[in-house]
Ligand binder design. Structure first.
Ligand SMILES: Cc1cc2nc3c(=O)[nH]c(=O)nc-3n(C[C@H](O)[C@H](O)[C@H](O)COP(=O)(O)OP(=O)(O)OC[C@H]3O[C@@H](n4cnc5c(N)ncnc54)[C@H](O)[C@@H]3O)c2cc1C
Length: 376
């Protein structure tokens, strides 16, 4: 069945953290905005299946700009989303002696440069580590968000701004129409279309999928099929998080929506990766339920317990599977800039990829530049 076209000032495709925040910003500019999401609910994909770290900047000693921006955004995020942040634990960053890209001294200098608070961990904590493998342990200020609470908070705000949501709805194609962009959608077996002046492609790992269907050249992207293990942490880590820096190490921290800890490992979290390049044909689409994949949780624990022996008593509860998408150049220095790309082939079509949650604070500047360019 085909339903008649609707007309909007802006349509946001993708109801993840970025799509929802962008929709709120557009509504603030008095635009009539529609959000379409192919899942049955908001924030079910990367915005749920991630490590939940409210970045304070510490994670990026190899990219001072990312560290600075992250640290600046941290307090803003903590203010805006206080209701959805778990602060009830202490986070420790441990610096590995071997194979680390930074020394303890460099890490401390980096924290000073970006203005992020840190101090040496109390001995009750540093004792938990194998000091032959760990040079120093620092206590830092970094928390975890609860994506279920974030979703609830966003739903209330979006309802307050009268932003309609179409759940279970997939945007299939965007073309240049006589009244702006025509977006072909499907909701179950129903096909329908809408027209809009602006179309924001906030589909994260599926960005190139929508572009391909719309005959727009793809954006070079790198994808990893990732596993974050959910574990029952040993007693020593119950109100604690640990991140070992800076290289092929691991991190374990509370994962609030499940009431567990997450465990991720630079070597074992990615199961495989692939790149999409211009001229590379149809993008490989992978949903998070890759059938029959064996968990890497045991490998993560085996390696991590060398640094933090109490992890031997960690027990796997579950795993989160998701496609992680980053810009190819991010591999070099770990930077996580936002991608905000207008596509000239379909004027008004813009793709948005946020490498981490706090990048939402880059959106207002990007929108302002977009709209002022459009006004000419
Ligand atoms: C393993 C992993 C760990 C991470 N850890 C952290 C961390 O600790 N801290 C941090 O800040 N960031 C982290 N990130 C990054 C963070 O998760 C992402 O930056 C963020 O979730 C991106 O939000 P999004 O809204 O763009 O994507 P998503 O949440 O994936 O939303 C995209 C939405 O688009 C929908 N969609 C796709 N195609 C269509 C279509 N055609 N029509 C309609 N809907 C469509 C999808 O169903 C989905 O809901 C991590 C990511 C991963 C994968």
């Amino acid at each position: 069945m085909t339903v008649a076209a609707e007309n909007w000032d802006a349509i946001v495709v993708g109801g993840g953290f970025f799509g929802c925040n962008l929709a709120l910003m557009l509504a603030d500019s008095s635009m009539r905005v529609l959000v379409v999401e192919r899942d049955a609910d908001l924030m079910q994909r990367a915005s749920y299946a991630n490590q939940a770290r409210v970045h304070g900047g510490y994670h990026y000693p190899r990219s001072i700009l990312t560290g600075l921006r992250s640290h600046a955004n941290f307090s803003r995020f903590m203010r805006e989303y206080a209701v959805a942040v778990d602060r009830d634990f202490t986070h420790f960053y441990a610096i590995a002696r071997k194979f680390s890209n930074v020394t303890a001294l460099q890490f401390a200098r980096f924290c000073q440069e970006i203005g992020a608070p840190f101090r040496k961990a109390p001995s009750a904590v540093s004792r938990l580590f194998d000091r032959d493998l760990v040079e120093e342990v620092f206590e830092v200020t970094e928390y975890a968000f609860d994506s279920v609470k974030l979703k609830e908070h966003l739903l209330v705000r979006m309802a307050g701004r009268d932003i309609p949501l179409r759940l279970g709805t997939e945007a299939r194609r965007a073309t240049v129409g006589s009244r702006g962009i025509q977006v072909d959608m499907s909701t179950g077996s129903e096909s329908w279309s809408a027209t809009t002046r602006w179309l924001f492609n906030c589909t994260y790992s599926r960005i190139n999928h929508l572009l391909h269907k719309s005959e727009v050249p793809p954006i070079p992207l790198r994808h990893e099929y990732t596993e974050i293990a959910l574990i029952e942490a040993p007693e020593e880590l119950r109100k604690r998080a640990v991140t070992v820096m800076c290289g092929p190490f691991f991190s374990t921290m509370p994962f609030p929506p499940a009431g567990t800890h997450s465990l991720s490992h630079v070597r074992y979290t990615p199961h495989y990766d692939w790149e999409e390049r211009s001229g590379g044909g149809a993008p490989m689409m992978l949903d998070r339920e890759a059938p029959g994949r064996a968990s890497h949780c045991l490998n993560m624990i085996m390696d991590a317990k060398r640094f933090l022996p109490c992890l031997e008593r960690a027990r796997q509860v579950d795993s989160l599977w998701e496609v992680k998408t980053v810009l190819p150049q991010c591999e070099v220095n770990d930077a996580r800039p936002i991608l905000f790309k207008a596509h000239d082939e379909v004027p008004g079509l813009v793709s948005v990829l946020g490498g981490k949650f706090d990048n939402i604070y880059d959106l207002p500047r990007e929108l302002q530049m977009l709209f002022s360019r459009a006004e000419g």
